[in-house]
Ligand binder design. Structure first.
Ligand code: SAM
Ligand code: SF4
Ligand code: SF4
Length: 340
């Protein structure tokens, strides 16, 4: 049974934030000095997560991505992954990580049954990495990528947020890095999500500009004709290398968006930009049955008309979504809480 929202989009894809904590402080995501953290007692246990995932599977979700915050900070994550991987109806189980802890965890993730891995990497320069993330961690991330390859992960993706004046001179070096290691690089436009309090339109390097600069370096680029709901548009260089662009800011893909997000404390959001979420934790803890939880989810999904990024694009005066004070008062707006 496919459940459609008001714009005929199916409920198919769930991002699961397993923690709001992070061991980096990327300038485009967590630039502030201090944050309001979710209270520990509210964090869903693995059993609670697994139960909610079963309800989402009943409703047609088939793809799951673990994220955060930094998901590898969650203790014994591989135990959760093994539980999730054993669910027959799940077609895709992926994880996005900053890679800092990947060298020590890659094999356990693979053994637990994780299908796919995305590693975020914005620069190959050690000092720049430290300036951008407030931590001297480039070596750990590079070791993590190697460990993931050794552990047997195929088609590992590399996600790069391109910021004008910070790392836009590494568009080509990052492509070379990915090509040499058989990774699929995806350039991400800088988004004005909650948390990006320093966002400015001028700092965004658009899809159009990225393509122009890549054409100058590599020659003709062919778009791959794919008709799915994946956020990345994929392209082919003349030598057969495939890469992606996630143009959330200049060409949002809300019209086919089948994604929703569950935070580590059990709030469910039907859009990255949605101001309100649906509390699934309290009913779960108060003894709701799976059918009652499903009703709650479907009630919201059937009303869903979110097009957050398209609405942002239509704005004339576009500045950061929320101030640091607003975010401290409502941490669920933060990208690192909601799950990227
Ligand atoms: N900590 C993990 C990581 O960095 O891979 C997972 C969570 S992070 C929120 C997921 C993704 O969101 C990362 O690839 C990150 O680059 C991206 N992201 C965070 N803030 C962003 C922003 N303002 N614009 C575009 N992408 C952003
Ligand atoms: Fe960076 Fe990911 Fe942490 Fe955000 S959650 S600060 S993108 S590592
Ligand atoms: Fe989906 Fe909202 Fe992102 Fe649009 S802005 S693609 S509706 S999550």
């Amino acid at each position: 049974m496919v459940h459609l929202d008001r714009l005929q989009r199916p409920l198919r894809n769930l991002r699961l934030s397993v923690t709001d904590r992070c061991n980096l402080r990327c300038a485009y995501c967590m630039p502030e000095e201090s944050y309001t953290w979710l209270p520990k007692g509210r964090l869903l246990s693995f059993e609670e997560i697994s139960r909610l995932v079963d309800v989402f599977l009943d409703l047609g979700v088939r793809k799951l991505r673990l994220t955060g915050g930094e998901p590898l900070l969650r203790q014994e994550l591989e135990v959760l992954i093994a539980q999730l991987a054993s669910k027959q109806r799940l077609e895709d189980l992926a994880l996005t990580t900053n890679g800092i802890l990947l060298a020590e965890k890659a094999q356990a993730l693979r053994t637990a049954g994780l299908h796919r891995l995305t590693v975020s990497l914005d620069t190959l320069d050690r000092r720049r990495f430290a300036a951008l993330t407030k931590r001297d961690g480039l070596e750990s991330v590079l070791a993590g990528i190697e460990a993931a390859r050794r552990a047997g992960f195929q088609r590992i993706k590399l996600d790069t947020v391109v910021l004008r004046g910070t790392n836009d001179d590494e568009i080509v070096p990052l492509m070379e890095f990915a090509r040499d290691r058989d990774l699929e690089l995806r350039y991400i436009e800088y988004m004005d999500v909650g948390g990006a309090t320093h966002w400015k339109r001028e700092t965004v390097v658009s899809r159009a500009e990225l393509l122009e600069r890549l054409r100058a370096a590599y020659g003709p680029i062919t778009p791959l004709a794919e008709h799915d709901s994946a956020p990345a548009e994929r392209f082919l260089l003349s030598d057969g290398i495939v890469f992606g662009i996630i143009a959330s800011t200049t060409q949002p893909f809300c019209s086919t968006c089948d994604r929703s997000r569950l935070t580590a404390d059990g709030m469910w959001y039907t859009c990255l930009y949605a101001p309100q979420g649906t509390n699934l934790r309290d009913p779960l803890r108060e003894g709701a049955t799976n059918a009652e939880l499903a009703q709650r989810i479907l009630g919201r999904w059937s009303e869903r008309a979110d097009r957050g990024a398209q609405e942002r694009l239509a704005m004339h005066e576009r500045t950061a979504l929320a101030s640091s004070e607003e975010l401290r008062a409502n941490p669920h707006w933060e990208m690192h809480t909601r799950g990227g």
